[in-house]
Design a protein around this ligand. Structure first.
Ligand code: PDD
Length: 284
């Protein structure tokens, strides 16, 4: 039985209750984070907190917690749930109103909910890693994908579209066939030894794994990095394709829409990049 945090209390998941009038439930009106921990050590804690605070500020939720308070909550949940390989899920919704009215209510207390879930052991930096096969779709989400909102129906529909075809992820492209991201990951190609990923804007989540990976690659210096528009043709003709997210780190993609990427095997640039990531990730 897992221990969760809800509005100041630590309690068994089965006992956690929120109001059906919570705006997180009614409107998806909330912000969330997912961050990985291995044997009690979190990766990118401050970066995740900054993104969550930016998200709350952008939708006018005032919680007023500092990072120390969040860190104590995370450490308590990690310990209560046995350490090991755990992702922390943190969510702040605007809170429960007395009526369903679109405008922000005044004087409601935000709902804070957090739990852990088990994730696979730390990804290995060798070619035994299980690679992804993905499909593509036109990105039909909203124009505020930089906000890590709990309103994820757009992402869910894209993920499900791939899942039903047996794919591990869905790569998303705008109306000009330019890559945005994947339904729950950021996306990259490798061409002639250069890692290329679309620049951040309101069509992509500013992924923490993306930030750490690009920072580590630039500091290491062996693999050049470019942030620029990536077209669908470039994806199909790439030497390698990767996706990243907090619980998966850097995932090699070996097929897109049933077409092999490169020689259809995990690439050497991925191997070096995941090694660099594995060696440096705890510095964040
Ligand atoms: N997903 N883009 C989208 C749309 C995402 O949902 C995520 C993360 C990412 C990668 O962000 P990060 O590197 O900070 O995890 C990019 C999380 C894990 C989720 O919703 O489960």
């Amino acid at each position: 039985m897992s221990t969760v945090f809800l509005n100041g209390d630590y309690l068994p998941m089965e006992e956690a209750r929120i109001s059906p009038m919570d705006r997180g439930f009614l409107f998806g009106d909330g912000i969330y984070e997912v961050l990985p921990s291995y044997q009690g050590k979190m990766i990118g804690f401050d970066l995740h907190m900054t993104r969550m605070n930016n998200g709350m500020a952008s939708i006018g939720i005032e919680l007023g917690w500092d990072n120390a308070r969040w860190r104590e909550l995370c450490d308590t949940l990690i310990n209560a749930n046995g350490g090991g390989n755990l992702a922390l899920y943190l969510q702040v919704s605007r809170g429960a109103d007395t009526r369903r009215f679109h405008a922000y209510p005044e004087n409601v207390t935000p709902t804070v909910f957090a739990f852990t879930f088990e994730i696979p052991a730390e990804p290995v930096a060798d070619k035994s890693r299980v690679a992804y096969r993905v499909v593509t779709d036109r990105d039909l989400r909203w124009e505020r994908c930089h906000i890590k909102s709990t309103a994820l129906l757009g992402n869910v529909l894209h993920f499900q579209q791939g899942y039903q075809q047996g794919a591990d992820e869905t790569l998303l492209f705008n109306e000009r066939d330019e890559l945005t991201e994947a339904s729950a990951c950021n996306a990259y190609i490798v061409k002639n030894g250069v890692v290329i990923t679309p620049p951040l804007d309101n069509h992509k989540l500013p992924g923490i794994t993306r930030y750490i990976l690009l920072d580590l690659l630039r500091k290491d210096g062996r693999i050049p990095v470019e942030e620029r528009v990536v077209t669908k043709d470039e994806v199909y003709n790439a030497d390698e394709v990767w996706v990243t997210s907090s619980s998966k780190e850097v995932v090699p993609v070996i097929a897109v829409d049933g077409k092999a990427i490169g020689n259809g095997e995990i690439g050497d640039v991925w191997l070096m990049a995941q090694q660099i990531y594995s060696a440096g990730k705890y510095d964040y």
